[in-house]
Ligand binder design. Sequence first.
Ligand code: NAD
Length: 279
Amino acid sequence: MATLDRFDIKGRSALVTGAASGIGLAYAEAMAEAGAMVTLTDIDGEGAEREAARLREAGCEVRFDRLDVSDFDAVAAAFDTHAKVYGGLDITFANAGIDTGAGFWNPAGHRNPDGQVDTYDPKRWDKSISVNLSGVFYTVSNAVRVMKQPGRANGRSGGSIICTASNAGLVTEPIVGLPYMPAKAGVLHMVRALGLELAEFRIRINAIAPGPFVTNIGGGWLKKDPVARKAWDAIVPLGAVAETDQLKPLALLLASDASDYMTGSHVVIDGGMMLGKYQ
Ligand code: NAD
């Protein structure tokens, strides 16, 4: 097979969580632009509807669903509907995530009184884990259930699941809330465990561990605060925080047969942040 043909996902179907904004929207765009049929899901149903309409206008085959990934039954229903509409499921991005805030240092590097382990609000902890870790499990669990179903309309078996982790799951990131770090580390290790469990079904699962991308996370501070933006640009070895478009080629690689020998793995995409200049 010609190398470029391995990236071909035309006629496959993909479901993306957290697809109304930021990184999830870039994944959804990458899939739709490459010819896949895509369901954009998000707790922000209006945002998912707006982005789906925009992509349809551009000639893509997409639909949307309002979905809170911390509700297992709702996640199950969203996957069932997707499979019914598109005749199966080939690709899933378990992407929805939040930062519940109160990092133990604030961006100026001072101790944050709300962010210490002995003051951290357990409600913030539970909320972060319910979306960033349980939400990924709920998404992956239902994706696998549907991918294993026999008689898929497109006649294919297997599938590719991509989870959005973070470099904060590999090294410490003091300005994000404490639970974000173990939740993302948990995602990375779940991916390793499931790589092994799912290999015999030819279902591959991999993670993307982004560094700083300009999105709405944490209230969109990288978009809104030019001083913080400049400070972060200065500490990225490749010179700047990233735009979400820069994730699209990696999304296509992991979703397609171009990565058919990769599973249980992760790819760091952080402009070199983890190489040591900042940490
Ligand atoms: P974002 O806020 O722009 O997008 C996140 C989307 O998830 C939003 O549309 C939001 O409505 C949705 N969402 C939130 N809670 C949800 C829920 N319970 N159910 C369904 N959808 C929900 O932020 P982003 O930066 O694009 O974040 C996407 C993923 O990337 C997250 O997992 C985040 O942790 C991860 N990430 C982001 C960065 C970064 O620098 N932006 C770095 C590393 C990892």
